[in-house]
Design a protein around this ligand. Structure first.
Ligand code: MOS
Length: 756
């Protein structure tokens, strides 16, 4: 993979491309995931799932389960302890598990069997007899029985929006229009590590090892539901084997593990099976989007309408805000409208999956922009440059920084875009395969959640100084441990090797969900404030020495530098950190103040801006003429995400997102049996994702500048943006190769062979 260092200026100021601090431990199997929690005498819980998609449980006979060898408890809606549904904002569903007899979707948990071994629990779970009163399930966006809702939108900004007069503008003379409908199927996250919980109670306190994107939110939700104080619940999650959104909200299995542990008075281990991962922790809902574009002769958009639909279960809370995530923000146009409707179906509850809204939204909009470029006989990059927005179209606020033009320029240069023959089907590979080149814009908003963090300085046994940073945040496999180790080192002016970072424990200074690509920015801001507090504490202690070279200076006038604390305007004036620490307490600490307002409530100065990242993907595909399987040969992705702390882990985030987007474009689809509503391909043999042989060259570059209006570190986060736009870039390349436009993902060989 290429790095940013060889690209032409201006490049984003980037930190060092460090290897992961946990890399060696991970590849040698020495890290501990939730299901491997070092808890003695744990017994095993197995979930029983509904086999019908809609109806009601009329009878349950657990007698033979209870008699089965090793069985310790069976929880059903009949004997489930009453839990309180409070603090709704943390819950993925609008109900608690086993709370009633209603069936909302196939795969819904209807019982938990606890036994001394996993095998005995599994066997006993097959003995549960369940009778249902079955109703025909509502399936799909087009089902006339589906209840329709038009949500207003909260965190996403408005979901029903119009400015100007789209219809009038579209009917203007000389306006070139494109109107098409694009659809995406249900996609399932499928992280390597299945969701798992190990729970135990001790003296009325609950400890939970949970594979999660939010230890503190889990702590709050468990405390509320079980009627405990937050400090009676501890949630631990040192490592996560991938998440992509499916471990972001609170799913029912965690409550069931805790309730089972309470029922049997022993630690209980519960891990979803791969099959249960398709119904028990969300998926990206199906979407259908109609885009209408109108442009003048120069390609300037005079109107843009984006109508989108998604589905969710009756008890789900997810909206996939396609238009709000893409058309609201990407191109300047005087007339703009977007709408979103949700159909209630009997498919398991949906949730956010890597760039929820932005991802399907950019697939549709960026496909339509390609169709518009063709209608106008314009280069697709040129069309986007003509419609560059220097402020967010939906709210009129300028972007804090935006370097999308540089993303196009550098991407086109690295890819060799100028050598493209725009004629579809005109380019061939040496083996005769049709070659297509396509591009698309990527975009994702900048979020940060309220966080606290602390940094401690202490003397090491060797007499040197050591720093430990800590925050109750999470590393989903993204590189957070590494990035925050680097950040701590940078903030206290110590070498990387002398710094450690701790996370994944709700006992640490509290933080938010590792979702919305918010972790680096949010925790980074907290770390920067914590370093300020540490500077204050260290200065105070240094000044206790009479004749201190720092006498009379205020915390704002000193900095950490090279193992010393020095006057900012005269680094020769200062003291060694080791000298300040010597003879003092075990450590000196900086902890930032809680900021409950948090970031999506930014200070007034920041309310004057829109914080948004942009990027560009350039893709080459090859399509064999006889059996039109699409191969992605080459991807060049250029991102502007503000400051990049670690170009290696950040590049890896973009690369991984591109690979996930390739799977979305070409392979991924969760299939449901239209009669029963049950998932047909709930395993990794039939739910196909990209694997190593599918992945050829992916180059990633970063451009731009630190976004210091957004936070003190200047970073906007990088977890999700890479998957936006990539499916469109591939679809556009497939059109360029074949002259065939596939508007329903995934782009399979069957679809390319169907009659035009
Ligand atoms: Mo990510 S889909 O915001 O957890």
């Amino acid at each position: 993979m290429a790095s940013a260092s060889d690209s032409s200026p201006p490049v984003a100021p980037v930190g060092e491309p460090r290897d992961r601090v946990d890399g060696r431990a991970k590849v040698t199997g020495r890290v501990v995931y939730a299901a491997e929690a070092p808890v003695r005498n744990a017994v095993h819980a197995v979930l029983v799932s509904s086999t019908i998609a809609r109806g009601e449980i009329t009878a349950m006979d657990a007698a033979s389960v209870e008699r089965s060898p090793g069985v310790l408890a069976v929880l059903t809606p009949k004997n489930m302890p009453k839990l309180e549904y409070v603090d709704a904002k943390f819950h993925a569903e609008k109900r608690l598990p086993l709370g009633d007899l209603r069936i909302y979707y196939a795969g819904q948990h209807i019982a938990v069997v606890v036994a001394d071994t996993l095998e005995r629990a599994l066997y006993a779970s097959t003995l549960l007899r369940v009778s249902y009163r079955e109703e025909p399930p509502v399936l799909g966006l087009g089902d006339p029985a589906a209840k329709i809702e038009w949500p207003k939108g909260e965190m996403t900004g408005p979901l029903q929006f119009e400015k100007g007069d789209v219809d009038a503008a579209l009917s203007g003379t000389g306006v070139v229009t494109v109107k098409q409908t694009y659809s995406t199927p249900i996609e399932t996250h499928n992280p390597m590590e299945m969701s798992a919980t190990v729970a135990y109670w001790e003296n009325g306190k609950l400890t939970v090892w949970d594979s999660t994107q939010a230890v503190v939110n889990r702590q709050k939700a468990l405390a509320a539901v079980f009627g405990l104080k937050p400090d009676q619940v501890r949630v631990l999650c040192p490592f996560v084997g991938g998440a992509f959104g499916c471990k972001g909200d609170q799913w029912p299995h965690t409550f069931l593990a805790a309730a089972a542990a309470q029922a049997v008075g022993k630690p209980v281990k519960l891990m979803l099976t791969r099959q249960q991962m398709f119904t028990g922790c969300g998926h990206r809902p199906v979407t259908e989007q109609t885009i209408t574009l109108g442009a003048d002769g120069q390609g300037r958009l005079v109107a843009l309408r984006h109508e989108s639909k998604s589905d969710d279960s009756e008890v789900g809370k997810h909206i996939e805000p396609c238009g709000a995530g893409s058309s609201a923000i990407m191109y300047a146009t005087p007339n703009l409208a977007y709408t979103h409707r949700v159909s209630r179906t009997n498919i398991a509850s949906a949730t956010f999956m890597r760039a929820p809204g932005e991802n399907p939204g950019t697939y549709a909009l960026e496909s339509a922009m390609d169709e518009l470029a063709i209608a106008l006989k314009m280069d697709p990059v040129e069309l986007r440059l003509v419609n560059y927005a220097d402020r967010a179209p939906h709210n009129g606020l300028p972007f804090s920084t935006s370097n999308v033009k540089e993303c196009y320029r550098l991407g086109a240069e690295k890819f060799g875009w100028s050598r493209r023959n725009p004629e579809p089907g005109s380019m061939r590979a040496p083996d005769g395969a049709r070659v297509g080149w396509g591009m698309a814009t990527a975009t994702y908003p900048a979020h940060r959640f309220p966080n606290q963090a602390r940094i401690r300085l202490m003397l090491d046994r060797d007499g040197g100084v050591r720093a430990i940073g800590a925050a109750a945040t999470q590393d989903l496999g993204t590189g957070a441990y590494t990035v925050f180790t680097q950040m701590t080192a940078m903030l206290v002016g110590l070498p990387f090797e002398r710094v450690k970072f701790e996370l994944g424990d709700s006992n640490l200074p509290p933080g938010g969900v590792s979702g919305g690509s918010a972790t680096t920015a949010g925790v980074g801001q907290a770390m920067s404030e914590a370093a300020g507090k540490l500077r204050q504490a260290m200065l105070k202690r240094a000044q206790e020495n009479s004749g201190s070279p720092l006498a009379g200076l205020t915390p704002d006038q000193v900095v950490f530098q090279g193992g010393r604390i020095v006057a900012a305007n005269d680094p020769s004036r200062g003291v060694e950190l080791s000298a300040v620490l010597k003879g003092g307490p075990a450590y000196i600490e900086g902890l930032n103040e809680a900021n409950p307002a948090g970031a999506d409530n930014l200070p007034a100065k920041q309310k004057a801006y829109t914080f948004q990242s942009f990027g560009a993907h350039f893709v080459e595909v090859a399509v064999d003429e006889r059996l039109p399987i699409v191969r992605v040969k080459r991807v060049v992705s250029v991102m502007d995400v503000g400051r990049v702390i670690n170009p290696k882990t950040a590049g890896s985030q973009v690369q991984g997102a591109v690979i996930m987007g390739m799977g979305q474009a070409l392979l991924e689809e969760t299939h449901y049996d239209p009669r029963t509503g049950r998932v047909v391909n709930d395993n990794l043999a039939d739910y196909v994702v990209c694997v190593n042989p599918d992945v050829r060259s992916i180059e990633t570059y970063f451009v731009g500048e630190p976004d210091l209006l957004f936070n003190a570190i200047g970073c906007r986060g990088v977890g999700e943006i890479g998957i936006t736009g990539i499916a469109a870039a591939i679809a556009n390349a497939v059109y360029h190769a074949t002259g065939r436009r596939v508007r329903d993902l995934p782009i399979t060989a069957e679809k390319l062979m169907r009659p035009a």
